[in-house]
Ligand binder design. Sequence first.
Ligand code: UFG
Length: 320
Amino acid sequence: MKFLVVGGAGYIGSHMVKQLLGTGHDVVVADNFSNGYRVEGVELDIADAQALASLFAEHHFEAVFHFASFIQVGESVAEPAKYYQNNLSATLTLLQAMVHAGVKNLIFSSSAAVYGDPLYTPIDEDHPKTPINPYGRSKWMVEQVLEDFDHAYGLKSVSLRYFNAAGADPDGELGERHEPETHLLPLILQAAAGRRSNITVYGRDYDTPDGTCIRDYVHVTDLCSAHSLAVDYLLEGGVSTALNLGNGEGFSVQQVIDAARRVTGRDIVTSDAPRRAGDPPRLVADSHRAKALLGWQPRFASLDQIVTHAWNWEQKYPWN
Ligand code: UFG
């Protein structure tokens, strides 16, 4: 099979490329390299309709994996235009190019952010979609566009709603790196490595057992396995759908720090700060649908394992 991975130079996309190549597929990576790694691939912005048309004319793809989006919630509030331009408008350009080229299958990186403040947890796919920031809205808008494109053009898609992607390639070849880094685990491990003086805990006054926010951390390799299963599902004639991806278990910010202390054996200094705007107290996935429909079974569901792989990467690649 030949697949196009858009955003294949980023954190999750690069792990996906490795997995697809490892299972014997042909992969073309398209990325604008605004973030992520310099990998071999086509430098292309999905807002560029002509470049997309040439790419689709040159290759026959069975499916497209779309990872190319901006992901910072806070930034999306300050710069909504950037988010609607890239995450929505450029995605529309990509979808139109796919329709034009007759490529019928898409795996789309969506987010738990489509749900907004949860009314209940664990969150299932039927939970109301009331995103509370432009990032979440851009993802939910694309999901709705995909429904319309299926009805009108027969474009089949699986939208995968990630909870908190974390961890790194178990072989230690790839890992998580964002510029600037805003994600909890890499920041904690940078503090463990001495690359920052401390980790700031945003809020200890939440209505949770230890007062810090609870998230459902899911290993990046497990996320990628779900994508592989999702593409098989579509290629076997599955109908378009949206699925949560999480482990169904929540860990607090303090528990993640404690796990990092255990795994690294380092003293990690914390400092307390007020709540970060827009952080719901608890986000935990109900992923039964992904398991039932795709046969997905996370392999690295333990928090210590996620932290261990991330730490191996952090130590191997001491970024400055
Ligand atoms: N946190 C800290 N200190 C930090 C960074 C984060 O205490 O320095 C806390 C946050 O307040 C939050 C938790 O750690 O409670 C996780 O924060 P992240 O920034 O790592 O992740 P988010 O849960 O905010 O966001 C992630 C993705 C988003 C996605 C969202 C949906 O990064 O793209 O999950 O669940 F929208």
